[in-house]
Design a protein around this ligand. Sequence first.
Ligand SMILES: [Zn+2]
Length: 274
Amino acid sequence: MKYSTVRPTFRPGIAIAFLLLIIFMSACSNTAENNQKAGIAISFDDHFINDWYALRPLFRKYNAKVTFFITCGDTLTADEIAKLKQLESDGHEIGFHGTVHGKATETIAALGPAKYAETELTPGLHYMKLAGFVPESYAHPGGDHNDQVDSVLLASGFKILRDVAISRRRMFGVQLYALAPRLMSHIFYPFDKEKIVDALLIDTDAGLTIGEMQDAIGKAKETGTALMLFGHQPLHVAPENGAYGFNVAFLEQVLKEAQRQKLRFYTMAELPKN
Ligand SMILES: [Zn+2]
């Protein structure tokens, strides 16, 4: 029997080119995967249920899914419960924002973890359950928390805890600091399963511009992260008489830009699941 004398020759050039092609293809698929995940997670806090419900046409127009964090569940009326149910069936999430909207760090220091849970968590969650909601996400009232508070909340089963980030701080009319949102790395969720997160306040007193929001949305797109934002009451005019909230036209510009840059809308509980 005669064996072939033709032996395969090793060509380093071809091998290197092949290797580079594999690296390039895997980099491309990572980028493609990141870009597909790029998104925005918007939430709203407190108890402005009628005002939030009135935003349904706006959410539908941009196919937006958001999260509503409810406090003072004991005062929920049948009408408010029906509206929250409708919002939930539209694809929005109903989260929890405490029973009495208290200062968690002071309560836990004064009363200990068990009494903190009995005061701020158990009663409100009971009212939510009676209304037919089992919240998976928690927003800290007043953005007030520490590791001890977080550990009680996580042990209670919450999948994500949302804190407050503010881009500008003014005191007595003096600006203490101002940060460009795109530079606030902690408001971009990198899909690392993290359960303790910050969202940027978009209320009017935060003084954000649509240019800054376009930049931040662009960063989420480039980096395959989710930009986290939150506000309170929807307002159509400048706030007065102690009102605190965000401008609805501003929110619409954010939604429009997110849609234009093809970002996905996430509810808060969806972030660590993706
Ligand atoms: Zn609040």
